[in-house]
Design a protein around this ligand. Structure first.
Ligand code: ADP
Ligand code: ASP
Ligand code: MG
Length: 412
């Protein structure tokens, strides 16, 4: 039997009505002759609520128990979806991660998928089951404990299942009808892309566009999964969505194809550290050991053997970074005058494969921000992206201005 993976995000299973609507879509594919693996998220808002409870009880929580709690939202929707399908006379069964079993690393709250054995589910398909409904976002560690794959992780569950079962396609149903040139909630001028290259989607996702989890794009690229993003609210016929595909499959493309933003960034500066060989290692090794995800880094020119070192990291890791650096200072590994944290910054990035062959993109980006009176605090570039750190209050303005400046409302 040909097989499809269909993933429904939180807003697409937010209540019983929406679960019914999603189930109907699954029924349509079953009627066409497909076996279907449905991956479900928790009902909208549920995971945030669970995380909030954990934070309230234990701010420096044990990540194993965090996973035990926050994975539970998906269990409810998986069972409800299977029941809804059964009510429609579609043979369906639900599976929690450990039942599959979806095997992961033991890095709790950010586990990676190691293996998805297909035997259990395939045996049920062979018996006549038409739909396997799998709880997204969760797996089981080598120690036998429940793990989760990081926020937005159901996308990754879906792509990993599509790869493991050799699905014809992996359809990600969400609350927008595809991948846009930027978050359509920030500007009405955002334009839906019919296709986007894996590399661009990977950059956009890792720079903050949460429409797909970064890891899901990585997996789709590695295993060549046909990945589509589409709306669960629109009628099927006018719902082609966006295909995430190889660069070669895209004929026309702008130099910049997307603007991404990340709201919760912090900028940390170590004032006056001794500029000597090994200083960067002495600062960033303890940060890495403390699980701080350092993003951008700048080291200033040194004066009289001392320099300032600035880096960015997610806002919710500032306390951890401060603790790790204080410990390194106390033990004499590093020496700095002061550690200044600026938690009111955001990152805005322009992404496009065309940057490889066209110069001037950075200049245009900086001129656009200058014309809006926006000060740039840190800059980082790679082959196909330019990112800047700016005051958070200018984030939306910057996204809108850059979207205009690069003509993203018009197709190439
Ligand atoms: P789901 O719950 O279905 O997984 P998410 O909230 O995780 O949905 O992701 C969908 C959201 O991603 C959209 O509602 C949109 O606000 C946001 N988004 C950010 N950047 C983009 C983009 N470039 N294109 C489409 N959506 C985007
Ligand atoms: N429910 C989880 C989250 O909100 C996983 C997901 O929806 O992808 O992060
Ligand atoms: Mg999501």
């Amino acid at each position: 039997m040909p097989l499809l993976v269909m993933k429904f995000g939180g807003t697409s299973v937010a209540n019983i009505d929406r679960i019914r609507r999603a189930a109907k879509r699954v029924g349509v594919e079953v009627a066409k002759g497909y076996d279907v693996i449905v991956i479900v998220s928790a009902m909208a808002g549920r995971t945030n609520e669970l995380v909030g409870w954990v934070d309230e009880i234990s701010p420096m929580y044990d990540a194993r128990e965090y996973d035990a709690v926050v994975s539970s939202g998906e269990n409810v929707t998986a069972g409800l979806m299977a029941l809804t399908l059964q009510e429609m006379d579609v043979p369906a069964r639900s599976w929690q991660g450990w039942q599959v079993p979806l095997l992961t690393t033991s890095v709790h709250s950010a586990a990676r998928i190691e293996e998805i054995p297909t035997d259990n589910i395939n045996a049920k398909f062979a018996e006549g089951m038409k739909v396997a409904v799998v709880a997204g976002f969760q797996g089981i560690s080598p120690e036998g404990r429940i793990t989760t794959l990081g926020r937005g992780g159901s996308d990754t569950t879906a792509v990993a299942f599509a790869a493991a079962f050799g699905a014809e396609r992996c359809d990600i149903y969400t609350d927008v009808d595809g991948v846009y040139t930027t978050d359509p909630r920030i500007t009405e001028k955002a334009r839906k892309l019919d296709k986007i290259a894996f590399e661009e989607m990977l950059e956009l996702a890792s720079l903050g566009a949460k429409v797909l989890q970064t890891r899901s794009v990585e997996l789709a690229m590695r295993y060549n999964v046909r990945l589509r993003v589409l709306s669960s609210f629109e009628e099927q016929s006018d719902n082609a969505g966006t295909l995430v595909c190889a660069e070669e499959d895209i004929m026309e493309s702008n130099v910049v194809n997307g603007i991404a933003y990340s709201r919760d960034e912090a900028k940390m500066t170590l004032i006056s550290v001794a500029d000597r060989p090994g200083i960067a290692a002495a600062i960033f090794s303890p940060l890495s050991e403390a699980g701080v995800n350092v993003d951008m880094i700048i080291q200033n020119i040194s004066e009289e053997g001392r320099t300032d070192m600035t880096f960015s990291c997610p806002t919710n890791q500032v306390a951890r970074a401060q603790k790790a650096l204080q410990a390194a200072k106390d033990s004499g590994d590093i020496n700095y005058h002061d550690l200044v944290a600026d938690t009111d910054v955001a990152k805005v990035s322009a992404v496009g494969i065309g940057m490889r062959s066209q110069s001037g993109v950075a200049a245009r980006m900086f001129e656009t921000l200058r014309d809006e009176g926006i000060n740039i605090k840190v800059i980082a570039t790679s082959e196909i992206k330019i990112s800047v750190l700016i005051d958070r209050k200018y984030m939306e303005l910057a996204v809108q201005a850059l979207h205009d400046a690069f003509g993203l409302d018009k197709a190439a």
